[in-house]
Design a binder for this molecule. Structure first.
Ligand SMILES: Cc1cc2nc3c(=O)[nH]c(=O)nc-3n(C[C@H](O)[C@H](O)[C@H](O)COP(=O)(O)O)c2cc1C
Length: 393
């Protein structure tokens, strides 16, 4: 993807070196335009080096060679136009349609709809009615404005104005650039393990990290879906752009949360590793270790997938199977028994890893093997199969 990054005179611009480096590592092609104020704070050579790209400044604005007019040519080049960080000053200029430096000239000439603003400034500058009014105008003109975070600011004060995490900015750029084949779909994704309490301090759980489910939720957002993520306990960061995140602990809580959302959604992807058994009785106080053996009677939990399969009507239902052996055979049985449209089978040893290797089986008998690959790329393949299922139904 081609990303043009406008860098303005905010103190947070040093953080953008990391964004530029990360976008480059992800294989994106970059061009950078810096304002004069930005150059007063940091040399353009830094960005050119970390981005392995051309950095344009105001002195290039009138450097017309062989018919190459920098602002019009640059405005036609990118898939995504980003200003990170964006000063109150540049935001004001854009809202008035000024074109008095190379960056504002490029922005005025840009006719695409993939444009992102990442404001960062002192919280009083941000809260000022003038800035707020300018941001409203720009939102109405199709700019996606990433809200700054609340926290300690470079000036030593505290408030809303901090440059957000680069991970979030990069995700926003990728969301903007993606095709949206899942537009208008509401998808429920479950992820992570469940915790089945034995007593107030002990639980029965499993090794699921939630990574596969989280990648599916994030990628589905990127592809245009409205996503609700129901997550068991994990150490993963809450994905920033997922529309709703519900946290649960036990299998029963997972069931209740899924049922509450089920009627509203078009697709359910059950990637959570829900406990099959739970202690029949939870001890009210901590169990003491005064016996050699300890038996904990277990009872079966509700089979959520089976329950949904019996009530799915025209919803698309996707299950996961984790097996230690006879992977494809067991997954096929589960697909049929639970009335699923698709099942993703993976080996137990991938739990917790960043990589996965899966077999995707569909109810029409097709089988696809994917991986080993990063879970983020596996998520993309699973969702592409979902798009195909949806187009067929
Ligand atoms: C040390 C320093 C830090 C600054 N940080 C910010 C900032 O974080 N956000 C902002 O909107 N302006 C900030 N400014 C003010 C801008 O640099 C100033 O408004 C300038 O005219 C912006 O020009 P530009 O929008 O063309 O980059 C800062 C100025 C200085 C001297």
């Amino acid at each position: 993807m081609k990303v043009l990054i406008g860098i303005t005179g905010c103190i947070a611009l040093y953080k953008v070196a990391e964004l530029v480096s990360s976008l480059r590592k992800s294989g994106h092609e970059l061009k950078i335009v810096m304002t004069q104020s930005a150059q007063k704070l940091v040399s353009k050579d830094l960005f050119s080096a970390v981005g392995n790209c051309e950095v344009y400044t105001d002195s290039d604005a009138f450097d017309i060679r062989n018919g190459f007019i920098p602002h019009t040519e640059l405005s036609k080049w990118p898939d995504v136009l980003v200003i990170a960080p964006a000063t109150a000053n540049t935001i004001a200029k854009l809202s008035y349609g000024l074109a008095d430096n190379l960056l504002t000239m490029v922005c005025l000439a840009y006719s695409g709809d993939k444009k992102l603003l990442v404001p960062a400034m002192n919280y009083r500058m941000y809260e000022n009615d003038a800035t707020q009014e300018n941001l409203r105008v720009l939102r109405n003109r199709g700019w996606w404005v990433l809200e700054p975070s609340v926290g300690h600011l470079a000036c030593g004060e505290f408030g809303k104005g901090r440059y957000p995490e680069n991970e979030v900015v990069q995700e926003a750029i990728e969301i903007l650039a993606s095709e949206k084949p899942l537009k208008n779909l509401k998808i429920l994704v479950t992820a992570g393990p469940t915790w089945e309490p034995i007593d107030p301090v002990r639980i029965i759980s499993n090794r699921s990290s939630g990574k596969m489910g989280y990648e599916l939720a994030k990628t589905a957002v990127r592809l245009g879906a409205y996503v609700t993520l129901i997550s068991g306990p994990t150490s993963l960061k809450t994905p920033y752009f997922v529309n709703e995140v519900v946290r649960v602990e036990s299998a029963q809580e997972m069931f209740d949360a899924v049922i509450r959302k089920f009627d509203e959604v078009d697709v359910v992807i059950m990637a959570a590793a829900v406990a099959d058994y739970t202690p029949a009785k939870i001890s009210e106080s901590k169990i003491k270790k005064d016996t050699e053996d300890l038996n904990i009677p277990l009872r079966k939990t509700i089979d959520i997938l089976k329950y949904l399969g019996e009530r799915k009507n025209n919803k698309i239902l996707v299950g996961f199977a984790v097996e230690t052996d006879s992977l494809e055979e067991y997954a096929k049985q589960k697909l049929m028994k639970k009335n699923l449209d698709m099942i993703v089978a993976n080996k137990a040893e991938v739990m917790g890893s960043d990589q996965n290797s899966v077999i995707i089986l569909k109810s029409d008998g097709t089988v696809k093997r994917v991986g080993p690959d990063e879970k983020s790329r596996i998520a993309l393949v699973i969702l592409s199969e979902l798009v195909e299922l949806r187009n067929r139904s």
